[in-house]
Write a protein that binds this ligand. Structure first.
Ligand code: NAD
Ligand code: UGA
Length: 482
């Protein structure tokens, strides 16, 4: 089957970058990315893209107006394409049955109904969004019951890109996974999608599976990755109590080829829009199938992550003589990791919320996250295990929060500086100048272990790093550390 035109519904962190790379690699195919959000589409048509990713703007500039377009005309994009990718959001459900656990599939369902209505020729519909196992079946049922005799093939092609490295991940994927049904039509649909990837991905990296295995592989991959972070973060707490160094442990454990060195960086806790929501979804599925022990196993990965974030904010309060009330605390980094403007579920939100509830005055700097987004994050903060807990009132948040576009302004008169994202620029700052402008003693809480401890102590900072116990810490566990 020759694919000449592809539509992608959802112009977010997956839809935009993915289609830009497809368009670059398949110059003879037209790609159209559509969204219900007209502002987002307008932004994709400028050079101020809604998604910040290293290398993305260059690719978009090369293909936009050639074989990549961004539009709000969803019906037209559906009708004119042979293949339609669904890259809409699948957040945790905030209401009704499965509230706080299940994936909210309303956006996916709306798309399926719209495809059913708008399609006048046969289509291949591809799940790019991360979905619970067996969603393809539901999509097929909806499509078949909405359509007027048009035939659909439904594939699962989960996306494995990580933000901040999305372009590299798309250009050099570890694997591409395509799940489809075993009928001749299903096999033809799989080959049509594989044919696009084969323009730049080695054939042995393109895996074909049954559709349910593909859906469940994606949830499994994210659960395993999050589990590694929680495992090393668990050890970071023990390192602090015993005087060991978590980075030394990660290095020696990671050199075992069966474990591998990646994804063993202790931190303030994992964030991002997917790890928590995908594991919650996995837990919900396990409970649905009566697998309580399996559900509890995965639940602990999230509980440990909550513990790591709470442990960090508690450490700040305890170290600052058990009170941060009206103390200025500088926060460096709001994004959930470096090289993205995305702050969904960022550890910074939860740590800031904890400190605001302890009456701190926060002075935040992030090179990419907008002030509007930072306020939105705090006003809408939700904890998965305490869904009904209200966020702080917006006027209280605003009265205790200042957002700076200059890091040196953010640290002025601060009692402490918290490094919550591993932005490269933080390591190049004039830390002596920062120390000079702060109140004394000047505390530095390096939640990403990116700053040289000795150099910072030589400047005069009192330094805390995650999982870096000292013999002194182990010997004396006073409430405020030193
Ligand atoms: P996003 O929120 O950035 O983008 C989703 C877009 O879909 C939004 O712009 C929204 O307006 C649009 N949308 C929702 N309903 C629509 C509808 N009915 N019609 C048209 N547009 C609609 O989300 P994202 O981060 O791109 O994630 C999308 C999916 O991909 C999720 O299932 C996520 O789990 C998965 N995923 C995300 C990443 C990532 O790094 N962000 C990586 C792999 C997989
Ligand atoms: C993650 C997966 O890595 C992708 O494969 C997947 O496609 C994606 O989720 C998704 O489904 O959305 P992403 O969340 O963008 O990608 O970024 P990661 O690099 O996985 O980082 C997630 C969080 O874990 C970040 O907060 C990061 O700082 C933290 N992390 C990661 C650590 O604390 N330590 C590590 O060693 C690695």
């Amino acid at each position: 089957m020759k694919i000449r035109r592809v539509a992608c519904i959802g112009a977010g962190y997956v839809g935009g970058p993915t289609m830009a790379v497809f368009a670059d690699k398949c110059p003879d195919v037209d790609f159209c990315v559509v969204d219900i959000d007209p502002e987002k589409i307008a932004q994709w048509n400028t050079d101020d893209l809604p998604v910040f990713e290293p290398g993305l703007l260059e690719v978009v500039k090369r293909v936009r107006g050639r074989n990549l377009s961004f539009s709000t005309d969803i019906d037209e994009a559906i009708d004119s394409a042979e293949m339609i990718l669904l890259a809409v959001n699948t957040p945790t459900k905030e209401y009704g049955v499965g509230r706080g656990m299940a994936a909210d599939l309303k956006f996916v369902e709306r798309c399926a109904r719209q495809i059913g209505r708008a399609a006048r020729t046969n289509k291949i519909v591809v799940e790019k969004s991360t979905l619970p196992v067996r969603t393809a079946e539901a999509i097929r049922t909806i499509l078949d019951s909405c359509s007027n005799g048009v035939r659909f093939q439904v594939l699962s092609n989960p996306e494995f890109l990580a933000e901040g490295t999305a372009i590299r991940d798309l250009l050099e994927p570890d694997r591409v996974l395509i799940g489809g049904d075993e009928s001749p039509e299903g096999a033809a649909a799989i080959e049509a999608l594989a044919g696009l990837y084969e323009r730049w991905v080695a054939p042995d990296r393109i895996i074909r599976t049954r559709v349910w295995s593909s859906e469940l592989s994606k949830l499994t991959a994210n659960a395993f990755l999050a589990q590694r972070v929680s495992s090393i973060n668990a050890m970071s707490a023990l390192c602090e109590a015993t005087g060991a160094d978590v980075d030394e442990i990660a290095k020696s454990v990671g050199m075992d080829s069966r474990v591998g060195p990646k994804f063993l960086k202790a931190s303030v806790g994992f964030g991002g829009s997917c790890f928590q929501k995908d594991i919650l979804n996995l837990i919900y599925l396990c409970r649905h199938y009566g697998l309580e022990e399996v559900a509890r196993y995965w639940e602990q990965v999230i509980r440990l992550n909550d513990y790591q974030k709470r442990r960090f904010s508690k450490k700040v309060v305890q170290t600052l003589f058990n009170t941060v009330s009206d103390k200025k605390i500088a926060v460096f980094g709001w994004a959930f990791k470096k090289d993205t403007n995305d702050s969904r579920e960022s550890a910074a939100i939860y740590i800031a919320d904890d400190l605001l509830r302890d009456q701190a005055a926060l002075q935040v700097y992030d090179p990419r996250v907008s002030p509007k987004r930072i306020v939105h994050d705090l006003v809408s903060v939700k904890r998965w295990d305490d869904w009904d807990r209200p966020a702080l009132p917006e006027d209280e948040i605003r009265s205790r929060l200042t957002i700076h576009d200059d890091p040196y302004a953010a640290v002025k008169d601060a009692h402490a500086v918290l490094v919550l994202t591993e932005w490269d620029e933080f390591t190049g700052y004039d830390w002596k100048r920062i120390h000079d402008t702060m109140q004394k003693p000047a505390f530095l809480f390096d939640g990403r272990n990116i700053l040289g401890r000795k150099a910072m102590e030589d400047i005069g900072f009192c330094v805390y790093q995650v999982g870096k116990g000292t013999p002194d810490d182990a010997a004396s566990l006073e409430p405020w550390g030193r």
